[in-house]
Design a protein around this ligand. Structure first.
Ligand code: SAM
Length: 222
């Protein structure tokens, strides 16, 4: 007979499969590596215990400090836009819960992640280490400035909304590198994906989104 913990694990596995089928595949995400990563990463462990049963729902959830863990579908399309093959060094701005960080760590060589709130960074780091990820570097600070000491990056993902794409991030992207970021005002944005060609960013918009603010030198004011 199964223990309570084993049955609980099965329950979340089923919820995860359903999430990938109905929220992600059904809306057109095709990258099999992204789908596999989202099937594997235990999203419920990145939210507080009282919210675990809602972790696979089609919506963002609060994680403290007025911040959120992004909706699964948004995590999927942003990750897919980076076209990761496995050998990239990726910068993530806005660690938040650490869930997106785990997805990136499954798909790239190394993830550099920056978070503004120490409480969130600490919690994310704990869970990511507990889950056994060894290819992540963490930094507390203003990610709108990028991470100069370890730049350039093959890919950059910003998981908070910016008024425009921060120039330091464009500068810290390798030629041929990709960036994905929500751009707009405090209340509504569009997801922008860009590729750096001949030193310039060629951009394309994906879809309308609503993210919390990127607060920093190249973001919004507090
Ligand atoms: N990717 C996260 C996840 O999976 O949980 C979602 C992150 S949440 C939507 C955005 C995060 O960006 C918040 O944790 C917020 O504190 C952080 N943030 C906002 N401005 C920042 C900045 N200038 N530098 C670093 N992090 C920032």
């Amino acid at each position: 007979m199964k223990t309570f913990q084993e049955s609980e694990k099965d329950l979340y596995r089923i919820a995860r499969e359903k999430m990938v089928e109905t929220q992600i595949k059904a809306r057109g995400v095709k990258d099999t590596r992204v789908l596999e990563a989202m099937l594997k990463v235990p999203r419920h462990l990145f939210v507080e215990e009282a919210l675990r049963d809602q972790a696979y729902g089609d919506f963002p959830l609060p994680i403290g400090e007025g911040q959120t863990i992004s909706q699964p579908y948004i995590v999927a399309i942003m990750t897919e836009a980076l076209k990761l093959k496995g050998n990239e060094r990726v910068l993530e701005v806005g660690t938040g819960s650490g869930y997106q960080t785990a997805i990136l760590a499954e798909l790239a060589l190394w993830v550099y992640t920056i978070e503004k709130y120490s409480s969130l960074l600490k919690r994310a780091k704990n869970i990511l280490i507990k889950l056994g990820y060894k290819n992540i570097s963490f930094k507390l600070g203003d990610g709108s400035l990028g991470w100069k000491e370890v730049a350039p990056f093959d890919a950059i993902i910003v998981t908070a909304a910016a008024p425009k794409i921060p120039q330091p991030l464009i500068d810290q992207l390798l030629e041929g590198g990709r960036i994905v970021i929500p751009v707009g005002d405090e209340y509504s944005q569009v997801l922008v994906k860009g590729i750096k060609k001949d030193g310039k960013l060629r951009t394309q918009t994906l879809e309308a989104v609503r993210f919390v603010k990127l607060v920093g030198a190249y973001g919004f004011k507090e």
